[in-house]
Design a protein around this ligand. Sequence first.
Ligand code: PLP
Length: 399
Amino acid sequence: MDSLFASVELAPRDPILGLNEQYGADKRGNKVNLGVGVYYDDQGRIPLLEAVRRAEIKRVEAAAARGYLPIDGIAGYNKGAQTLLLGQDSPLVAEGRVLTAQALGGTGALKIGADFLKQLLPDSKVAISDPSWENHRALFERAGFEVVAYPYYDAATHGVNIEGMLAFLRQLPARTIVVLHACCHNPTGVDPSFEQWKQIAQVFQEKQLVPFMDIAYQGFGAGLEEDAAVVRLFAGLGLDMLISSSFSKSFSLYGERVGALTMISGDRDESTRVLSQLKRVIRTNYSNPPTHGGTVVSMVLNTPELYQLWTQELATMRDRIRAMRDQLVDKLKAHGVKQDFEFVRKQRGMFSYSGLSAAQVDRLREEHGVYAIASGRICVAALNSGNIDYVAEAIAKVL
Ligand code: PLP
């Protein structure tokens, strides 16, 4: 008799993890990994933020017991997540229309949101941007949805194909779930302008589409408040919506799995019922979230000195990425590159769709030990004062 698992096929390798393994095995001393999705400081390290360190010390000193958290997590954490999204004095929060559950990173928030929606809207499709974060499609398909892609990126202009996007959204059936990157689009780094967002929001209203906002880089674009503008625009128009927040990057707490799912409903009574169903989803998946990362984030969000320190540290990360964008463009010019890379300055967040072809990316890796994704996505947050000259020179050579 065959063994139980004899028919199990080998799953395809995760392309990004595969690239990381290849990078790890590369013996060249000057190799650079721009394929990652992580913020590194100027020394090439993942920072431990001082606000986080101080909160962790307080937490250890308090020697708190590690009982189970409530199914929906820490109340102060959820409140903090809501405030980041909707501001201090949101009338929606006051009206009881906003509910939040702590989640296992942004991925966990997307997954419990997807499972909840599959029960509510079993026949709806999910639309994601073309291109999108590589896990969006797989995650919603695994939750049982058919996933389609809406036009988003225009390679010719390095901008948003707004007409294509609007036209596509307009022909979707009511109650189609549409995943939007609220800021710092991954992988392109290209966001719609605020005027374009208004047009997009209008289509959601007219066509009764369901916004599922993914905000994984709040604070990395223009600032914490500015980066929430799109969430507030949609919420202000009275649209019911889901929002997945990730604090992995903004708190540099990747491995702690800190995220949240927030939903905006029609009224307080609806929120109570929605939360009760969401808790069932959580209970049957992982029961309740872990304590450490959530407690630390909650302490930072709810302690004024730590909050202020965190916002400064976030600004430092944001400014460093911007400086790397500027320097990359300047250094490419200095290396005699004629091609226009000005668009890199305008992109937001950790990533840049660099415009490099798959063949150029291959040459970068093979000839220079500079690793990027085949789509041409580079992580600008992995550039630093020690590697940027080398990277600019390598790019200039493969163009
Ligand atoms: N959504 C987007 C757009 C992302 O880029 C990421 C992470 O790279 C996530 C969600 C997942 O975040 P987390 O690591 O918190 O699960």
